[in-house]
Design a protein around this ligand. Sequence first.
Ligand code: ZN
Length: 452
Amino acid sequence: MNHDRVSPDRTTARPRSAFPIDWRTVNGSGSTDLSVLCGFLDRSPTPWHAVDTAAGLLLEAGFEAFDATDTLEATSTRCFIRRDGSLIAWTIGRDAKPTTPFRIAAAHTDSPGFRIKVHPESVRAGCRRLGVEVYGGPLLNSWLDRDLGLAGRVLVETGNNLEVRPILEDRPILRIPQLAIHLDRGVNDNGLKLDRQEHLQLLFGLESSVGAFIDHVARIVDVAPAAIRGWDLAPYDLEPARCVGGTGELLASARLDDLVSCHAAIEALIRCDAEDVISVVVLVDHEEVGSATATGAQSAFIANVLERIGRSVGADRDEHLRALVGSHALSLDMAHATHPNHPERHDPNHVVHLNGGPVLKHNARQRYATTVTSAAPFIAACDAADVDIQHFVSHSEMPCGSTIGPVLSTTTGIPVADVGVAQLAMHSIREVCGTADPGRLERALTHYLSHR
Ligand code: ZN
């Protein structure tokens, strides 16, 4: 197997005097893996862009794009289907039969943040502002005083048609200015309190100079303002992903949760060498808002596509259901590393290290789907790939988060283990993980997806 683009373990010593470091490529071996990951993160500010970026990697690797309404043929062995902010890609093993099981790696394309309202504009104190809804559970404070671009998709009227066009405005056109400390003297002691309606309005510019927001959007997509019939638009941080720390051993970026997993899964699928197994990567939207949508992890989309893949290798209904029984899945989502400044929030016997290897997540109430039987194939894959595993269990007085694992196992009946790369500052506009862990996850996934 070719692991040229996979970053090696960072246990080997790096030269200490490596300044000036190329912060986007440093990873100890001169391989370009981190720059590929950084590019993936930077080009994917919304779920729709994440799917575009993933599709680009798959097409480059020779995968065939199918429309969700196309017939899948027996010859369709390396393919993907995309639907809005979700994508399912697969390879059929060379010895696959109608009862051949699936190996599935699933991750989510969305990240917490904001969505710009339908009628967003208001003017106050000479400033043009845009109202937003909060999407998911962002750390609101982290969005203040940042240079924000604009991304998403716009519904445009062209003649008698309505068409969806993507937007990626990578200039700092938006900002949420913080209140000066002189006007909020207690903020450092009492904590920051933000009213979601009033205090998160995006500053778009001065009324006297900037013009209406819809005119600006119309110029970007090159239509008259009256031709804009709808939008899904979000602000995003323009700061690019980069390595940080004394030797560049950490990676700071927006949307590590969960684009690190999306990227690792896609790269592993491209590299995997499947025999009697059908290897599937599922990237789904809407995890941060509960997954109960037409393209979320709770939708019939996943089960339907699995059945259609089964039929493309000749499975009837009974054979497909038997294939599902033998199948396994991973729910890939970022994990909490133990915070060095807040160790009391973590279980002292389950310290999770940055760059300590992928994390298996456990919860007795099944907020994570991991059991000994669902975890076994991943443990075996890590052993085969020579990758260390860490274990996360919540502090017993802390509420446990959740992710797509329980949903995926419920809707498909397939045993799922919850796994992820350790990070700090989850749901901040700028999160941080170790630079070695994404490559390790990718290596383990390549084994996981190749064998039954
Ligand atoms: Zn997540």
